[in-house]
Design a protein around this ligand. Structure first.
Ligand SMILES: C[S@@+](CC[C@H](N)C(=O)[O-])C[C@H]1O[C@@H](n2cnc3c(N)ncnc32)[C@H](O)[C@@H]1O
Length: 371
């Protein structure tokens, strides 16, 4: 208890300090950290070591929790509390249970009443009688129903990781997701498309092209428009164009663009990425989520088309233009980029986790001159 804290009328009370954790696609921790630092400023303090590949960025925060709902490169964000208990059963005890309830209520208060209807617990042994009792009692006190697999209010329970343990050692962490769905599940996605890119990963790729308001931005093989919509979400652009060979993809992209409130801000063109109807040196930034050869296309197609697509992109890119490209064809891309005469300079290669696969994000810039 801080007995020297003055609290006079007219003085602002001290903002609570929250412990927060974000789930991030493995490999994108640095990109997410950069977004969080830019958006949250001094309200957030990050641990000095954000492990590359850990899939998590933890921080303490004393701002408005609603600001965290705007993060675009993270999969989900959680409010965390540590409980110095040996077993989850102790969370049913009055004092701990009230803290757990307060944690859930803080999250519920961020949304209009009725947004959350169900509660689920995600934990090892979530079917055990203790967990089921905990879920039922919390749900009842919060006026929610206890869900089976999916829930609007998600409570994760886990033993406190060794590196984060307080002096007393051990204990359990309770993490409540701040939103009924992961943040990466975009509200604008009204048209689902096979092979559509995860929204947070798409946003990270866009950020790696260092978006600028003067950009003419081209998304090659745009599919259902994820990278186009995320580009607009990252800030204004002079022009945004998406091309795809499949008219069904373009129809799907248009529906998503309309749902994102971006009607008229994106031009879509039906064209083959190997021969695009765009002038030389006209694009400042480019993105592509090329067919992986898993859900869309085949490896043999890729061996044939990737060199042609890279060359066509280089024709349209102005010297110095930035290109963010994601593909599972890592070896093929590495071979093409190592080739003498390749017009692209490799700035960065990130190995990311995406739905159980490990594609690479290549961040390229257009060489000033063809070699
Ligand atoms: C992995 S999907 C892109 C998904 C997209 N990022 C999204 O979120 O919906 C690859 C896309 O490449 C397109 N494509 C394949 N070959 C193409 C080509 N030669 N020219 C243009 N588009 C092509 C496919 O129609 C498909 O929409």
């Amino acid at each position: 208890m801080d007995k020297h804290q003055w609290n006079l009328p007219g003085m602002r009370g001290r903002a609570p300090e929250y412990r927060c954790e974000t789930d991030v696609s493995e490999g994108l921790e640095a990109v997410a950290l950069a977004e969080m630092r830019a958006r949250l400023g001094r309200l957030a303090r990050f641990s000095s070591t954000v492990a590359e590949g850990a899939g998590v960025v933890a921080f303490t925060y004393d701002g408005d929790l609603r600001i965290l709902l705007k993060l675009q490169t993270v999969q989900a964000v959680y409010l965390l509390e540590h409980f110095a208990v040996a077993r989850p059963k102790a969370l049913l005890g009055d004092q701990h249970f009230r803290r757990l309830l307060a944690l859930c209520e803080t999250v519920l208060s961020l949304h209009p009443g009725g947004t959350c209807k169900t509660l689920v617990i995600n934990a090892a042994g979530s079917d055990s009688s203790v967990m089921v009792r905990l879920k039922n009692e919390l749900a009842q006190r919060l006026g929610l129903s206890a869900g089976a697999d999916e829930g609007d209010l998600l409570l994760r329970l886990r033993p406190t990781p060794t590196h984060a343990q307080a002096g007393d050692g051990g204990g359990w962490d309770a993490l409540v997701r701040l939103t009924p769905r992961p943040l990466a599940t975009r509200a604008w996605r009204v048209c689902n498309y096979e092979g559509a890119l995860n929204g947070a990963v798409a946003h990270a790729i866009v950020r790696l092209t260092r978006p600028d308001a003067r950009d003419a931005f081209l998304n090659i093989a745009c599919g259902s428009g994820t990278l186009l919509i995320e580009r607009l979400a990252a800030g204004p652009a002079r022009q945004v164009i998406g091309c795809d060979i499949d008219p069904r993809a373009l129809a799907c992209a248009q529906r998503n663009i309309d749902a994102a409130g971006a009607t008229g801000r994106v031009a879509l063109c039906s064209a083959d990425a190997r021969a695009l109807p765009l002038p030389d040196h006209s694009a400042d930034a480019l993105c592509a989520d090329l067919p992986f050869g898993h859900l869309v296309g085949s490896h043999a197609d890729n061996v044939h088309s990737y060199p042609l697509i890279l060359r066509e992109a280089a024709r349209i890119a102005r010297p110095g233009a930035r290109f963010g490209l994601i593909t599972h064809e890592a070896r093929l891309m590495e071979q093409l980029l190592a080739d003498t005469g390749n017009p692209w300079r490799v700035q960065q290669v990130l190995r990311v986790e995406l739905g159980g696969l490990h594609p690479r994000i290549f961040v390229l810039t257009r060489r000033e001159k063809d070699v």
